[in-house]
Structures are given as C-alpha cells and as structure tokens.
Design a protein around this ligand. Structure first.
Ligand code: PEP
Ligand code: MG
Length: 593
C-alpha cells in the first residue's frame, strides 16, 4: 500500500523461506524492440548463416554454463541447462525459423520471434501449470538468441559485486544457477509457481524467494530498498525504518536460533528418558545430500525420484541416469540408508508429456504406481537402474500411492523379474531389496494389516493422506484453512497404521510435511513412531524439542490427544504442554499448512 514515504508492500507466493534485506536489482525483460527488416532474395543465405552462427554461439554459452553449474553446484543443477540446450537444438525451431526467413524474406530476429511466440502461445494454453512454466526456459533461450544475433553481451549475473535482491518478470533457472550467490540476498519474481524449476532450485540453494508477485517488475526501480520475506511471500519496498529494524532484528534472531540449533546437530534425537528417534531427510535433488548430513540427517527417508524427470524433461531418464543418481546419493549418505521412492508422476505435481493426456482430476487419476504399472517400460527402466545402484548397498525402495495389495504384488514381481534379468546378463544385483509401501491413501490405511504382509516397511505420507481423508486439495489456497494434520480422522488412521505395522513386526516411518512441525513430531513419537523424515532444514528444530521431552509425557499427551474431538483442541493441547520448550522464535507452528 503506497504512502507518502514510498513504502509499499507486495504479496506473492513464498517458495523459499528466509528474510532478505537489500537493494533492488531489476533485470530487464528480453528486448521487445525487435523490428521486421525485409531481406532481399540475394541476402537470404547470408541471413540464414547469421542465424546459424548465433545458434552456435548460444550453444557454446549454454554448454559453458552447464559445465560451471556442474562444477559449482552439481549434476542436478547442471541438468537445468539440458532443457535449454534441447530447446535450442529443437529441429523444428531451427527449421521453422529458417523457413520463415526464406519464405517471408525477413531478418532472423523477426523470424525467430514469430516462431517462439507461437510456441509460447501453445504452452500458455495448456492447463497444467508445470508445463506452462516450461515457457520460462523457452523465453530464456529466445532472449539468448536475440542477444547473440545482436552481437551484444548477455547480462551476466555472475559479475554481481554487492548484495542485491533480484527483481524480474522471470528468472530462468540458468541465471539462478549462474549468479554469484554471495551477493544475491533474495529473489522477487513476477511469474512462476511452486513447481517451477526456479522455485525448486531457490529453495534447495536456500536463497529466500517469492514468486507470483504480479506487477513487481514495473512497480520497483533498481536501487530501491527492499525487504523480502520468503516465508510469508511478502516484499516491502522502501520500508520505514521501524519496519526495516523489525525485520533486521528478526533476521538476526533467526540466525542466532539457527546457529544454536546447529550446535546440537551431531547429537542424537533422544528423549530425556532415553527413547531414540531417527530423524531422516526428504530430498528432491541428489546434490542436497551434503546439506542434509550437515543438518544432522541420519539417512534419507524419501527421495522423490520424479525430480529426475523434471530436470531431464522432455527426455526420460535412462537406466544409467537412474543408476548414477541413486548410487551418488547412497555414497554421499553412506553409511546411512537412502529410501528411493519410485516415480510419483502425475497428480498435482508435474505433468510430463509421457503422461499422454491431461486429466480432469489428476490427483485421483493415473498417478504414481498406477502410471508405472501402465507404462511398465518406464517402470522397468527405473527398477533396473535402482537394482544396479543397490548392488553396492545403502538403498531401499518404496512404492507410492498404494490403494490395494495387488499393486504391491505386481510391483514386486516386476522388480524380481528385473533382478533375474540383470543376473542373467551378468550384472551384479542385491540378493534382496528392502521393499516398502507408502501409506498415503485412506484405502491403504484401512487395509494396512493386509499390506503389511507384502512389505518390509511402511512410510506414512501424510501430505496425501490428509488431502484424501479430509477431501482438501493440498494445493488449493481457498481450502487451506481446512488442511489440518491434527484432525482426529488423520490421527486415528496413523494410529491404525502403527498398530498394523507393530502386529506384523515391520518398520514404519512418516515422511509427510507434518513430521517437520516440532509439535506434530512430538505427538507422533508419543503415538509410537520412532522414525520421521522431513525437509533437512527442519531437523534441528525437531531435534531440539525431542531432546527436551520425555517419552512418558509424550505418550500421555498422545493418549489425551486421541480422545479429543477436534483438531483445534489437539493443537491447543500440544501448544500448552510443549510450547515453552520449542526453540525460541518459533511461532505456534501447528495447524494449517
Ligand atoms: C506425502 O504424500 O506425504 C509425501 C511425502 O509425498 P509427496 O508430498 O511427494 O506426495
Ligand atoms: Mg504423496
């Protein structure tokens, strides 16, 4: 809201938590001043050569960027460039642009813009937001080609010398990987959603970021002072000194808190009466493993392997890329165990062209194991890669979105067939694979006793279990106030799953977001869980609380909680009993996500 001092606040979607204070650096959108210049027939060949040279120059730049990202940030980030190299090399882009130069007698700049605009129009008409977001890569490649054609240098963010908050309509993942992060305090971007490459990478790199800031690129000028809160999704422009001081103090406080929490990172998560709780990490990129170990993770309880697809898109990962990724994860985490979840493509996550067609209700559609059992070729490629990586140990496998026993039986048969096949080929494979099921549908929760006979372990996926049990779309902000992990319906199902696992004598862990909330984590321990998997940054906070409570009191609290009639009362109970032992500075975290 503007006032006399120029102070105003913009709101978007916080995709990477943290507070950034700095001056705005506005990145210009790709130039729109591209003119149509007629090219006479005798100069057409020269114009096409000019285009080809520009494409070669762009490719060289992208390969260099890839190499640098690989060196500085790892394979997962480097792959971001593959998507752009693919767009650049797309034979129809080159062919259609060349044809347009020839047919319409126009300059390369005009021809390439016409083709790119057509691509972008097609992408923007698609229902799925993840595919629409691929338009960012296309726009970035387009800007690069235009710059190469003009012979001008590309704005190089790696040259930044002072702390800034980048403000831009779009920020490509390539720019984000390449920029000199020492000087980038935060990112304020107009476009993008939770699943955009940029959001995922900003969060993995822990750069505070807000996306979906409508109009920010025209509302802010370079040099204006900004405060960005990546948790709440707020950007304050030209803040008053009181607002500024308030944020600076809370940034200092959260740094102090983080440092004191990190001091405990190598200590076990053990209650005051000696119960040991395993705190594991949920990972999306293999390169996050080092940060996970640094936060005190005792293993990886969930590796979301569909991110491999996202980075390689539109290609599918080969057996070798599955193998190499899982092996590198196992080695980085060694001697800790890494649980690889088979592809959970579909649903609200990412639409990939392999899913063939968009579905009206994808969350209940051809997702995860359903997709894998339909596209056995894709599933087998993943399982073969997994088995080859598992030959040297350290890996377990788990299957998402199970709703019936038959899915587990079939998945295990395919796994066993792949194992025999590899053996016959003379490839080393493990004799046995630890095989688990995600319990994340009400159907799986209700039949946990039946499913427990088919697996070595369960992992409770509360993100989906809550969504399906409470009929709340986990991505829909209009109903997010009803998304309550402590709803009695959720807790009763968790209790039933724990009883089934106990009766069958199998291990059980929980890997939904709920585990990252210290109060919920404590309740889950009181209910009987001894293994929780969460985003690495949450481990120190959860550990802090667990080291200050006794199992006996958590069990008593769980008994009381399970007898209460509503989420609100359970939330209050947790806050009353444990609130004071939370690390200072954590606001009551329990409740709506
Ligand atoms: C879950 O559903 O709780 C889970 C951990 O899986 P995802 O968030 O990837 O669906
Ligand atoms: Mg899930």
């Amino acid at each position: 809201m503007p006032d006399m001092s120029g102070f105003r606040t913009l709101r978007g979607l916080g995709v990477s938590a943290g507070i950034a204070v700095g001056s705005a650096l506005l990145l210009e959108a790709p130039s729109t001043s591209i003119f149509r210049v007629p090219v006479p027939p005798e100069r057409i060949a020269r114009e096409i050569t000019r285009l080809r040279r520009a494409l070669v120059r762009c490719k060289r730049q992208l390969l260099q960027a890839r190499e640098r990202a690989l060196r500085e940030a790892g394979e997962g980030y480097a792959r971001v460039f593959d998507a752009q190299i693919m767009i650049l090399e797309d034979s129809s882009l080159v062919r259609e642009t060349t044809e347009s130069i020839r047919r319409d007698g126009v300059n390369a700049e005009w021809a390439v813009r016409g083709i790119v605009e057509r691509y972008l129009k097609v992408l923007s008409g698609l229902v799925d937001s993840a595919v629409r977001e691929r338009g960012t890569d296309v726009e970035d490649v387009h800007a690069r080609i235009q710059q190469a054609l003009s012979g001008g240098p590309r704005h190089d963010l790696s040259e930044l010398k002072e702390d800034v908050i980048i403000v831009s309509r779009v920020l490509s993942p390539s720019d984000l990987v390449l920029l000199n992060r020492n000087h980038v305090a935060g990112l304020a971007i107009e476009e993008g959603g939770q699943t955009s490459h940029t959001a995922i990478i900003a969060s993995a790199l822990r750069v505070p970021a807000v996306v979906g800031l409508k109009g920010i690129a025209s509302a802010v000028r370079s040099g204006e002072s900004l405060i960005l809160d990546g948790g709440s999704g707020t950007v304050h422009v030209e803040p008053t000194s009181e607002v500024r001081e308030g944020y600076l103090e809370s940034a200092r406080e959260s740094k102090r808190r983080e440092e004191s929490l990190m001091a405990e990172r190598s200590l076990p998560a053990v209650t005051t009466d000696g119960a040991i709780i395993g705190l594991l990490a949920n990972l999306e990129l293999a390169e996050e493993a080092a940060a996970a170990v640094n936060s005190g993770a005792e293993g990886v309880g969930l590796y979301r392997s569909e991110f491999l697809f996202l980075h390689l898109s539109p290609d599918l990962p080969s057996e070798e890329s599955h193998r190499a990724t899982y092996r590198s994860l196992a080695e980085s985490m060694s001697p800790r165990l890494v649980v690889i979840r088979t592809l959970d493509l579909g649903g609200e996550k990412y639409f990939h062209r392999i899913l063939e067609k968009e579905e009206g209700n994808p969350v209940m559609g051809l997702r995860a194991i359903r997709f894998c059992l339909k596209r056995k070729d894709v599933f087998r490629t993943q399982l073969r890669g997994f088995l080859r990586a598992a030959a040297q140990g350290g890996l377990a496998l788990m299957i998402p979105m199970i709703t019936e026993r038959e899915e587990l039986v079939q998945a295990r048969e395919i796994l066993e067939a792949c194992r025999r096949e590899l053996l016959a080929e003379g490839t080393p494979v493990p004799d046995r694979v630890s095989f688990g099921a995600m319990i994340e549908t009400p159907a799986a929760a209700a039949t946990a006793d039946i499913l427990a006979r088919e697996v070595d372990f369960f992992s409770i996926g509360t993100n989906d279990l809550i969504q399906y049990s409470l009929a709340i779309d986990r991505g829909n902000p209009s109903v997010s106030y009803l998304y309550r992990p402590l709803h009695p319906a959720v807790l009763r199902q968790i209790q039933g799953i724990l009883e089934a696992a106990r009766a069958a004598g199998i291990r059980v862990s929980l890997c939904g977001e709920m585990a990252a909330d210290p109060l919920c984590a404590a309740l889950l321990v009181g209910m009987g869980l001894r293994e929780l998997s969460m985003k690495p940054s949450a481990i120190p906070e959860v550990k802090h609380l667990l080291r200050r409570v006794s199992l006996a009191e958590l069990e008593d609290m769980a008994r009381t909680a399970l007898a209460l009639p509503s989420a609100r009362e359970i939330e209050d109970l947790l806050q009353q009993r444990l609130g004071e032992r939370l690390p200072s500075g954590i606001a009551c975290p329990v409740g709506n996500k």
